[in-house]
Design a protein around this ligand. Structure first.
Ligand SMILES: *Cc1c(COP(=O)(O)O)cnc(C)c1O
Length: 401
């Protein structure tokens, strides 16, 4: 089968939930993908920050094969070795004391929202409101969608789950004003991904922590996109010199195998007793074994160091583009989550790059987003720029810029 057959089959049988590019990949290795027609691509998207170790990394493949040979699934009615091991690994390398496992980012946020509500309910306090940020993205399930500060995500699904309020990203005053008697938590991405790679100032994050402490409000970090080494540290919060009370992970946590996790301090996590929350698949043998392999590889194989080094190189190259094209207004990000803000829309640029064998992405309509595997080299960056530059040249003329 070529691209065409898969495209036709998809269009006939799959819900039209996604605007898909006309490509069906069949093979991957490192930062390279091959489609069903045999065309090769350089991947600067990594399955949207999922394949942080590149495609089919040998350590992930080996872990999955070995685990599949032994046992794939039992149930959370029993103890699960790899789940316990992954939990220990995450606790040892974060602020957290306990981990709840699920299967996606939205589910991890659902767990966090339920956890903070129950935490206050157990104390006999009527605190259930959650303050989240404008332009945030927390997922597509009912609670995660309600937490998401984007009208376009809510459209057609009202009435939303109650008691969510959105404030401008980066304003402590706005959070202070929004906090009331019933506020349970502030939910924030340490770097907004879908919102256009928006960076909060370090002071803002520190003030947010102090404000939450002052008001007795919990702080939840959604690190679904920024966790698992993406920013050059295992978790993005490490850049800000503060710690959240609750953190959610998913995307890059298991090298491409579906997984989600919600981490919390002992004090907060203790509210989840037997029967309070659960997931059939959450933390099963296969996903946990892949997670252990992914996290160990990120920590042990110089992946973070490479992310920082190549991230700086990429930043330099994107800033060169900014100097050369007046429609580029800002280059921002950390490690290998980078955004290039423009005054023009990015969708056509992304499509043209794809035709030329480069996978990039556009967030918030006008921000080109770069989320390559963390194992890419400077030569890969040069190759990427070599494809992107001639595409950008087409937008240089006054009538299109
Ligand atoms: C992708 C994403 C989610 C949703 O994750 P799913 O696995 O698609 O449910 C939530 N939060 C952030 C910050 C994300 O980037």
């Amino acid at each position: 089968m070529g691209n065409k057959e898969t495209i036709e089959q998809t269009e006939k049988y799959v819900t039209k939930t996604y605007g898909r590019y006309p490509v069906a990949f069949v093979k991957g290795a490192g930062a390279r993908l091959t489609d069903a027609d045999g065309e090769e691509y350089l991947d600067f998207l990594a399955g949207i920050a999922v394949c942080n170790l590149g495609h089919s990394h040998p350590r992930i493949v080996e872990a999955i094969k070995q685990q599949a040979d032994n046992l794939i699934h039992t149930s959370n009615l029993f103890h699960i070795g790899p789940q316990a091991e992954l939990a220990e690994l995450l606790v040892d390398n974060s602020f957290a004391d306990r981990v709840f496992f699920c299967n996606s980012g939205a589910e991890a946020n659902e767990a966090a929202i339920k956890l903070v509500r129950k935490f206050f309910s157990d104390k006999g306090q009527e605190r259930f409101q959650i303050i989240s940020m404008e332009q945030s993205f927390h997922g597509r399930t009912m609670a995660a969608m309600a937490a998401t500060g984007q009208d376009k995500v809510h459209k057609g699904f009202k009435p939303l789950l109650e008691k969510f309020v959105y404030v401008p990203f980066g304003s402590v005053d706005a959070v202070r004003e929004a906090i009331g008697e019933t506020t349970a938590a502030v939910l924030i991405e340490p770097i907004q991904g879908e919102g256009g790679v928006n960076m909060p100032p370090v002071e803002y994050m520190m003030e947010l922590r102090a404000l939450c402490d002052e008001k007795g409000v919990l702080l939840i970090f959604d690190e679904v996109q920024t966790g698992a080494g993406r920013t050059g540290k295992l978790f993005a919060y490490e850049h800000y010199g503060i710690e959240p009370d609750v953190m959610t992970l998913a995307k890059g946590l298991a090298g491409g195998v579906p997984i989600g996790a919600m981490l919390a301090t002992e004090e907060v996590a203790a509210t989840f007793g037997p029967g309070s929350h659960g997931s059939t698949f959450g933390g099963n043998f296969l996903s946990s074994a892949a997670g252990v392999a992914a996290v160990r590889t990120i920590l042990e194989d110089g992946v973070l160091e490479n992310c920082v080094k190549v991230g700086e190189y990429l930043t330099g190259k994107l800033n060169e583009l900014k100097a050369d094209y007046d429609f580029i207004t800002e280059v921002r990000g950390k490690g290998l989550i980078m955004g290039m803000a423009m005054t023009i829309k990015g969708a056509d640029i992304v499509s043209e790059c794809l035709e030329k064998g480069l996978i990039i992405n556009c967030a918030a309509e006008t921000v080109l987003r770069f989320l390559p595997p963390l194992i890419i080299t400077e030569a890969d960056v040069d190759e990427m720029i070599g494809i992107l530059r001639p595409v950008l040249d087409e937008y240089k003329s006054p009538e299109t810029s």
